[in-house]
Write a protein that binds this ligand. Structure first.
Ligand code: CO
Length: 466
């Protein structure tokens, strides 16, 4: 029986986030989407993750406007976004009213599939986003952050897959952000999860350790429904396996998806000069294009590695790189062995840097570490180390309920704060996520519209507060 593979194309989101710091512009995307729309992709991932922040901060683009333009072009293809559960696209939890409104507006502006994950795999942090997606008629996919460790047994993955099905999600994604899933482990994991749930299962991985396309092949043979790939010019290295290569590998088999290789070739031809340009400008570092099996040893996602490198550089302790890398798993263990993905990757990474920098463990403790240890991000798979917890937070009360239950509605207050900048309903959401960055963008936008300089626009707004 034929069971053609389905592919989610990531070149408009994860691929350029992984390789060129999320700097692909809307203008660079638009000319090719008519062709991409003809491929027959399961979906195109094009929004969320870091694209929102990067659009506002670096590209001076309105992310909502990008979404509407993509929706105009992709007439037959489902658009997909990445959503950090209760943290939305930010780095800390928001109130339910903000999460619900963000989901509503994402779908209203063109998103079909919302891939929702939590950095601790605490499903309580996904409830609000999943319910809101169901309510708005979107496809709610829950992504499990894949990681290794004593607690992450087959029973753990099977049990959580069942609970996801009970929550009302439409599909499950295994999100392997660091490229840790090996080919034969994929056989075991996919088979186990398939036996635990009827929901479709999608696999997302990165090429970082060099295993990814083999992992996909074994996962497909084990019955995985969808794989995430990127067109070859922005594939491999810290990105995904190449779309054309995966399609070709299954040609003539029961998994053949029937995509037109000539069409894929034309799409690759379009993106190749963009890669060359990025290489020339230094935006694309050739280091990110290779593979490194040591990824499996440190289990640190690519984005986290580059953050660590720049933190160490800022503090003038670049020579401590390997010491920090060895401290990372120890901190992770003390913190209840969470997966390492935004924001837990930053929290654990920064704490490891502090421990090495201070020469004494947990002498310097950032607020985010304290919040994690007091339960404000949710529950980890294992308990926190009691001694470490005591040293970091003292007698601060620890919460065990869903963290967002303690967050009062925020929308009214946010609306009031940013009223002077509002040109569309969605602006309050940009402001909610990145207040300073959004205001800088709103000033820029206004200056462009009135053709005056941003400082003058600033003055104008001071003079006429709304
Ligand atoms: Co990814």
């Amino acid at each position: 029986m034929a069971k053609p593979i389905k592919i989610t194309e990531t070149i408009l989101r994860d691929a350029h986030q992984s390789l060129i710091a999320t700097r692909m512009t809307t203008e660079q995307m638009l000319p090719i989407i008519e062709k991409m729309d003809k491929v027959g992709y399961h979906s195109v991932e094009c929004w969320g993750g870091a694209t929102f922040d990067a659009s506002l901060r670096f590209l001076k683009e309105d992310p909502w406007e990008r979404l509407r333009k993509l929706k105009d072009g992709f007439k037959n293809t489902k658009l997909q976004m990445l959503f950090r559960g209760q943290n939305i696209l930010g780095y800390s939890p928001y109130a339910d009213d903000v999460v619900e409104y963000f989901v509503q507006k994402s779908i209203a502006n063109g998103i079909d599939i919302i891939r929702i994950f939590d950095c601790l795999n605490d499903l309580r942090n996904l409830e609000t986003a999943v319910k809101a997606t169901n309510k708005e008629g979107g496809h709610a996919q829950i992504a499990l952050s894949y990681t290794l460790g004593d607690a992450y047994t087959m029973d753990y993955w099977m049990d959580i897959a069942k609970r996801i099905e009970d929550m009302g999600a439409d599909s499950i994604c295994i999100k392997d952000m660091a490229g840790l899933l090996l080919p034969y482990s994929a056989t075991e994991l996919v088979s186990a999860m398939k036996s635990a749930t009827k929901l479709p299962i999608q696999l997302h991985t990165h090429y970082t350790s060099g295993e990814a396309s083999m992992t996909y092949m074994k996962a497909v043979e084990a019955g995985v429904d969808v794989i995430d790939c990127a067109m070859s010019p922005f594939a491999l290295g810290t990105s995904q396996p190449a779309t054309e290569c995966m399609v070709q590998a299954f040609k003539g088999t029961e998994y053949d998806c029937g995509y037109d290789m000539n069409l894929l070739g034309e799409i690759a031809d379009y993106f190749r000069p963009l890669r060359d340009e990025a290489l020339e400008s230094g935006l694309l570092n050739p280091k990110n294009m290779g593979v490194n099996i040591k990824t499996l040893q440190y289990q640190v996602p690519g984005g986290m590695l580059s953050n660590l490198t720049s933190q160490l550089k800022d503090m003038g302790i670049e020579d401590k790189f390997y010491e920090v890398l060895e401290e990372v798993p120890r901190v992770r263990k003390d913190f209840g062995e969470p997966p390492l993905v935004t924001p837990s990757s930053q929290i654990v990474g920064t704490q490891a840097v502090m421990n090495v920098f201070a020469g004494e463990r947990y002498k310097m403790v950032p607020q985010q570490s304290k919040d994690l240890l007091s339960g404000k991000y949710g529950a980890c798979v294992k308990p926190f180390d009691k001694e470490v917890q005591k040293k970091c937070i003292g007698d601060t009360p620890v919460i065990t309920h869903r963290p967002a239950d303690d967050i009062a509605p925020q929308l009214d207050k946010l609306n009031a704060e940013m009223a002077q900048w509002k040109q569309q309903d969605e602006d309050v959401l940009s402001y909610a996520l990145f207040p300073q960055v959004a205001v800088d963008f709103f000033k820029y936008r206004q200056a462009q519209q009135t053709k005056v300089d941003p400082a003058a626009a600033d003055e104008k707004n001071k003079a006429y507060p709304v």
